[in-house]
Design a protein around this ligand. Sequence first.
Ligand SMILES: Cc1ncc(COP(=O)(O)O)c(C=O)c1O
Length: 419
Amino acid sequence: MIKRRQFLAELSTTGLAIALPYAKSENLLRAKGQSTRSKANIDWAAVREDFLASKAAVINLNNGSSSNMPVPVLDEYTRLTREVNSFAPYHVMSSWKDIYKTNLKRLAALTGAENGHLAFVRNTTEAVNIILSGINWQKGDEIITANWDYPFVEYSVDQLRRKHGIKVVNIDHHLPGLSDEDIIKKFKERISAKTRLCIVTWMTHREGQILPLEKICKTAHQLGVKVLADGAHMVGQCRIDLSKSRVDYFASSLHKWLNAPLGSGMLYIRNDRMEEHFPYLSIDPKMESSPSKYEYLGTRPFQNLAALGSAIDYLELTGIDAKQSRLHELSSYWINTAQDFRNVIIHTDTDRCCACAAFSIGNMPSGKIKKQMAEEFGVHLKSSAIGKTPTIRVSPNIYTNFKDLDRFLEGLESIASKY
Ligand SMILES: Cc1ncc(COP(=O)(O)O)c(C=O)c1O
């Protein structure tokens, strides 16, 4: 681990939170080519060079909220942004129609979404709202949620309750300590004849726990209930197969772990579910049986969907399996070290997580930990809470190295020892 004094001296010369400009015009990963790296033996140091954030004075361990484009994707996005600004945007956009089609096909292949309709939207929040608001709710219908769902999903559901008189049946438990079987049982116990939908957060935002989606879908379907998966963190972080999971609706953000441009998300609806589903905004009736009915939004940054192919190209350089295991390795590294620190409590099960995990230091306010980590150790984290327990989420990315984690661990040990 680097010495704290040495780090503070570095900070005083570079300044907190100021990213150094990217010095290379050609990214190392592509320059070196795949021949120098087998899929199983990836040169993660070269990957690191592709991310501007790796040059920042402050280490970003909050990639869960959103991540960044690596330079090759950013370059392509910049090129496309210039292109759309060089002539009439609708004309340029119409010249990208084939690229859009190809990119959506590649996204479907990446997520196993070929058995359904896939629409490119701006983020998970939008996709969840499109799905929820498109169901023809009847007064008294029930929807199952859980304490571990994302707050803005909870707010959307609460709005449905107020608007349509549906009943929200919440799993009022916290995840730490629950086995997969306990979780499935909790969903099952709450399903009644009136239940229309279960919301399942596939990877939770606080503790980063991966839920057994396929088994929950199986249980819900046996009882005639549909499932909406909030998969905000899944695409680009973990290998998924939507067809295999049999999930009915799925929402994800592509700017988190696929490193696509900010404001890129996906919505998926199983084939047999679309006709009965209303779009969010009014559409041309000719769009009724096309997934584009969920995409129509008027004018927007048309270049995002065109740049998606570049984000998928970048993922393919390492492959999803190697990326997933690298992210898991990084989480396991800090968790296995931190769990022996005095006063530190880990809230994540390493067997059921990937890049996101959480800790707390006794009852220390998470805002205070976050501030101290940033100001004294130059580490950016996400503060949160599981119930009344203040927690911090740690989410490294493929550009994170073990030295970064050592600096974080040094800060954690120091702060926790004084608690
Ligand atoms: C589980 C979960 N769902 C939904 C969201 C919302 O994502 P976005 O802001 O990209 O819509 C987040 C954001 O962190 C999340 O963690």
